[in-house]
Design a protein around this ligand. Structure first.
Ligand code: KIV
Ligand code: NA
Length: 263
């Protein structure tokens, strides 16, 4: 597999080729993900849940993210590595630029942050200093205490419209990718049509440009995986096979199914 870059992903979107993204936190799994031909690795702050045992992502620090980013970067060479800026690491613009710099030095190729229009100035600054950005809209787990739980976002027309406006603003500010989490499938589809950057869905229906899942969820390790997850380890010959099945199911459009989406 040749090195995946932002133009690689933009070309896939233009050619209507779906691509897979998976979270990963260490070198061994990064190698397995690469051998499965998966284009993008997300070093997600979900590591607070799946590695550290917290019930939210709020306790995760920049040091945690940099450590796991460096582990992943040592384990693979082709996938594009996106690392989450954790809760509290981008409250101010200066803090954001410094923390994003740390993640890039650790081996990330792009940073991800959660939120809408209010982040646009920061996103422009990040891209100008050489740090590509992935946005994250819909269910934004770092705001779980404001949202009042992990619930589907954008069901009401007004809220859906606000998410679309935020998405367009993030793209205009220079974001290169957008994750959209737990929104009705019609909104996932509309966002993908409205933007020229790839939209990576999780619980956002089958019509986004790409899909992302948490590694431990797709491998069936998480005891109570959300509705939008398929256990790819069930019936597979092992971890490598499960990762390959995930990639091909995303690429051929057989995952997610109707049962994984929200109305
Ligand atoms: O941290 C994470 O794993 C994520 C994905 C669920 C998109 O942000
Ligand atoms: Na995250």
């Amino acid at each position: 597999m040749s090195k995946v870059s932002i133009p690689t992903l933009l070309a896939k979107k233009r050619n209507s080729q779906k691509f897979a993204v998976v979270t990963c936190y260490d070198a061994s799994f990064a190698g397995a993900v690469e051998r499965a031909g998966i284009d993008v690795i997300l070093v997600g702050d979900s590591l607070g849940n799946v590695l550290q045992g917290h019930s939210s992502t709020l306790p995760v620090t920049v040091e945690d993210m940099a450590y796991h980013t460096a582990c992943v970067a040592r384990g693979c060479s082709s996938p594009l590595i996106v690392s989450d800026l954790p809760f509290g690491s981008y409250h101010s613009e200066e803090q954001c630029l410094n923390n994003a710099t740390s993640l890039m030095r650790a081996g990330a190729h792009m940073v991800k942050l959660e939120g809408g229009t209010w982040l646009c100035d920061t996103i422009s600054k990040l891209t100008r200093i050489g740090i590509p950005v992935c946005g994250h809209l819909g269910l934004t787990p770092q705001s779980v205490n404001v949202l009042g739980g992990f619930r589907v976002q954008g069901r009401e027309q007004e809220q859906a419209q606000a998410i679309i406006e935020d998405a367009k603003a993030l793209e205009a500010a220079g974001a290169s990718l957008l994750v959209v989490e737990c929104v009705p499938r019609a909104l996932g589809a509309e966002l993908s049509r409205a933007l020229s950057i790839p939209v990576v869905g999780i619980g956002a229906g089958a019509d986004t440009d790409a899909q992302v899942l948490v590694l431990h969820d797709l491998l069936g390790v998480s005891p109570r995986a959300p509705k939008f997850v398929r256990n790819f380890a069930a019936g597979s010959a092992g971890i490598q096979d499960a990762l390959e099945r995930y990639r091909s199911a995303v690429e051929n459009g057989s995952f997610p199914g109707q049962e994984h989406g929200f109305d």
